[in-house]
Design a protein around this ligand. Structure first.
Ligand code: ADP
Length: 253
């Protein structure tokens, strides 16, 4: 069995302020297929704030409101996942972390027992940051760094980031028409890691920098990261199920 972590960003999971149900279903179907092949899959999913917003449209510019929306949206998000996984006869579960879990070896060990047990029993752990008590995701990142920690500490070989962008380019493809895709990246420059965050919509605060930081962290720990489109899952599917690297970027030492 090969253990992987799949991280899906809020950009991919939301559409016009609501959960993008068709894309969620496609993701769930891919995970079911991966499980049927040779994979143990841990999912890291954003989307709680957007799900909460569909119930109560609070002003998202305030962090307090985003905390409240996350608290409302998280159970709704999980309910939607549960319904979709049930179509494929797959059980899923909710694991909420605060980022400081990874600062304590004891907490990591406890969490790993739970994750291992879920996976042994064929249950998909769906991890999100507990935004109500730990607001790091709401302030800084879009679960990119959390998912890199999850991959490392829970012993996954590979983190797959499904993004609104289909790969890492030599410059921002949304701003430059001549940007070229980088298929394989083996080193990340210091200035790329410290570049300004580039949030590109109000639900997505990670930008490419947190993805590079995640890739760098994993490469330093002998693990790999694959960045591919979450809108069109064919590149991820090819890579994972057919071993064919067509689109997307593989980060590896
Ligand atoms: P997600 O919400 O899917 O996690 P983000 O929107 O936070 O992703 O980050 C991806 C965005 O980063 C892209 O849409 C793109 O505009 C921007 N970006 C900036 N520089 C690059 C680059 N060199 N390669 C790819 N994307 C880049």
């Amino acid at each position: 069995m090969k253990r992987i972590v799949i991280k899906v960003g809020s950009h991919v999971l939301t559409e016009n302020g609501a959960i993008a149900k068709v894309r969620m279903l496609a993701l769930v179907q891919l995970i079911a297929e991966l499980k049927a092949h040779k994979y143990e899959v841990i999912l890291v999913s954003s989307g709680a704030v957007a799900a909460g917003f569909t119930q109560l449209p609070l002003d998202r510019s305030s962090i307090a409101n985003r905390q409240a929306l996350a608290a409302m949206g998280q159970p709704l998000l999980l309910k939607m996942y549960q319904e979709k996984f049930a179509i494929f006869d797959v059980l899923c579960s909710q694991v909420l972390f605060s980022a400081d879990v990874f600062e304590s070896a004891k907490h990591v060990a406890h969490a790993k027992v739970a994750i291992d047990t879920l996976l042994e029993n064929n249950v998909v752990p769906i991890i999100n940051e507990n935004d109500t008590v730990s607001i790091e995701e709401l302030v800084f990142g879009d679960n990119d760094r959390l998912s890199a920690h999850v991959a490392h500490y829970f012993d996954a070989e590979l983190l797959v980031i499904l993004s609104d962008i289909d790969a890492f380019y030599d410059k921002d493809p949304n701003r430059y028409d001549d940007a070229k895709r980088r298929a394989v990246v083996t080193t990340i420059l210091e200035e790329e890691l410290s570049a300004e965050h580039t949030p590109s919509n109000e639900f997505a605060t990670g930008g490419i920098v947190t993805k590079l930081q995640s890739a760098d962290f994993l490469m330093k720990h002998g693990r790999e990261m694959f960045l591919a489109s979450g809108f069109d899952l064919s590149d991820a599917k090819c890579f994972l199920l057919d071993n064919v690297h067509f689109g997307g970027t593989l980060f590896k030492k």
